[in-house]
Ligand binder design. Sequence first.
Ligand code: NAG
Ligand code: NAG
Ligand code: NAG
Ligand code: NAG
Length: 531
Amino acid sequence: MEAKNSLFMLLLLVIICNGNAQLYLSGGPKSNYTFPKDFLFGVSTAAAQIEGAWNEDGKSESIWDHLVHNNPNFVKDHSNADVAADSYHLYKRDVEMIRELGVDIYRFSVSWPRVLPTGFANEVNPLGIQYYRNLIDELVKYNITPMVTIYHWDLPQKLQDIGGWTNAHIVDYYTDYANVLFKNFADKVKYWITFNEPMQTCLEGYGGTYRAPALNRHGIAEYLCTHNLLKAHANVYHLFDKQYRPLYGGKIGMSLDSNWAEPKTNSTKDIEAARLYLTTHLGWYAHPVYSTEGNYPPELIKLVGQKSQKQNYSRSRLPEFTPSEVDFIRGTADFFGLNHYTTYLLSMADKEVGAIPSHANDVGIIRVQDPNWPSKSSSDWLKVVPFGFRRLLQYITKTYNNIPIIVTENGYADFSGVDDKARVSYYGHYLNALLHAIHVDKSNVHGYFAWSLMDNFEWDDGYVSRFGLYLVDFKSPNKTRTAKHSAKLYSSVVATRGLPADYDPADFTAFSSAPILVSTMLPLLALYRLL
Ligand SMILES: *[C@@H]1O[C@H](CO)[C@@H](O)[C@H](O)[C@H]1NC(C)=O
Ligand SMILES: *[C@@H]1O[C@H](CO)[C@@H](O)[C@H](O)[C@H]1NC(C)=O
Ligand SMILES: *[C@@H]1O[C@H](CO)[C@@H](O)[C@H](O)[C@H]1NC(C)=O
Ligand SMILES: *[C@@H]1O[C@H](CO)[C@@H](O)[C@H](O)[C@H]1NC(C)=O
């Protein structure tokens, strides 16, 4: 009997310690450090995902309105963002939530077609300007710093009709638009982000079908889009730097999205693949702006050049910057905005991958995730790998000359509910990794924004996937917002500048699809009876 009991206890111990097997995923042991006093804590949103009022007060159609109106099957639940969280009318409640969280700063985006309905600066919509003026005033009234994303994916459809980001003239149109924002808001807005996740705009929107305008002209359009977008970014940086910074001060940068890339095995080839992934994805946008030498990463120039030649194009499908353009773009950011969610495993492809021609085919690497990595997210790509966050921050700090990093997005998606244990656990793990990044690795991180303040229109996932700290009841007439448990966790981190007392870096059980004890105890009890 005694032997039977100790065998049982041993088995039980194995199961309980199972959580510890995941310790390698965490960013390190629980950090005793705290976030620096001047560290910025914030929350992020985007106009197209929360505002609604899609055709109200003079706003014209954006490429997202256009895509989902004309192709409802694009969105998982066939929904659209016509009303969304109705923040166009409920912005005061939004600011109240931001105050409840106690954060220092709010990152929101301006809708280009709301401010300039024709796409051009010939006609500035006074009601559009008034809306953002009201929001900014409401924030400032409560001592919350506004951070404005100038472009978060919602191009006026009228500009898409003439080529959108593949039209070289968009550099001027975008600069005119940014100038209108600076003129109206730079007195009160001290943080500007030119572009949110340009790789999503260009690679997925023009090269693929995953984002608006879902053009799918891979191999060509993603490179044209990126080329114009980087020039537009630099133009707007210089405009701000010359004309507005001297008057009002303030900082400007862009927000790049990046996964961490881990080699799939320890082979030299896989290590090379992981490095190449970062160079040709994050580096595609970061190298021209943040590196010492500027321009596209030399490896990307070489890879696209060689493939283009083999494919009998008269010139590389990757456009060239002139030396003066390289200089004009280099160094055009005061900080490195980073949006990060997850990690991938990389290996070299031994045959052609992706459509021909395409960026994926040009680069020639294979990206997978470890099926054992925890996640039960509504976004199937969102595996919980906190150490990847820590390594990425170190990589950026080292690769881009210790540039100040602001994490402008990080968060977790589920299928809804106020008792969001998985999101609470995700934030615990990623903030622990961040503390190690700052204090142990000396990564130069100055701020962190949770994505997102509230549930919203999650692009092709519609309202199926929820990223909010606040639950939004989209069925209720006034889009009732309720704090989730993660909102309480985040506000306590912001208030104490440290991790909650009960945070356990080895505990990933919130991401098990069934509670571990239910799924494993039953066979175990059967075994106990047999012994
Ligand atoms: C944190 O503090 C606790 C209690 O003082 C200590 O046991 C633990 O080793 C410390 N952890 C680290 C990572 O320093
Ligand atoms: C790679 O090597 C390191 C150290 O030798 C080891 O800890 C790690 O588990 C290995 N990774 C893989 C994927 O084999
Ligand atoms: C490129 O042109 C060469 C010579 O005409 C031809 O042999 C080859 O098949 C062409 N390659 C492609 C990808 O069309
Ligand atoms: C409107 O929202 C409030 C909370 O903000 C809620 O108490 C109230 O019941 C809502 N009214 C309607 C008609 O849904």
